[in-house]
Design a protein around this ligand. Sequence first.
Ligand SMILES: [Mn+2]
Length: 298
Amino acid sequence: MPGSENDNTLKILVATDNHLGYGEKDQIRGNDSLVTFEEILENAKKHEVDFILLGGDLFHENKPPRRILHGCIALLRTYCMGEKPVQFEYLSDQSLDFKHCQFPTLNYEDPNLNISIPVFSIHGNHDDPTGQGNLCSLDLLHSAGLVNYFGKTTNLEKIEISPLLLQKGSTKLALYGMGSIRDERLHRMFVHKNVTMLRPREEKEDWFNLFVIHQNRSKHSATSHIPEQFLDDFLDLVIWGHEHECRIEPEWNGTQNFYVSQPGSSVATSLCEGEAGKKHVGLLQIRGKDFKMTKIPA
Ligand SMILES: [Mn+2]
């Protein structure tokens, strides 16, 4: 890509449902999830992405074994820190966007940290916040300065999602995220119009609107999934986490006028039909209002 195009293209490594720690007691496959995660980080480095976007369930368990948490920390420190400068600007208010975190700041803007590849992540249903302090493993990684944990909702009556606003050259990205919420509850909130997505006030039409969600997409019962029609039609692309089957090629929803990409789990967590296919992560390139998703085998 020529220099000027590169300057205006946001490159994002997209992965979801890494399920670190899946089958960790298995003598043979016990390290698979960490090995796969390392390959993903290698790819991010190789393709010189601007950032990594994770769609939830980074960990398989709410309280991952120490070996797994440590393995993840070691990998993030190895691959995501370094001299390479971060080449996009952050335009929204980090103190509001990360107000749910003890350090309401972006890791790569912290003068005490040297981040080369920022990681942005929402939580999934396996690694959701619980217990005293309502914390999850991503809170630990955020406070350690290794990830930027967004999309945590603290009000379960009414959700207002304001986007993280990023800009690289002429490309402007509004990044919306919503960590996993029990499907029935979220379904009800959508029906009662208690979920609102806020939009940037200025030059509304110039933004590429990307939403990352971690819910049931396939219809298990009437209310235990989130129909695509519930989502706002101003969105350009939805990254759908939680569903483990790889359907990463963006699928056009003609009613809503947006694309949906479902990367699927990066590690096989069952041998059911939907999961038997090849696993992929995605290299998402956004330029203006256009995007391209390239599959990378996981
Ligand atoms: Mn999940």
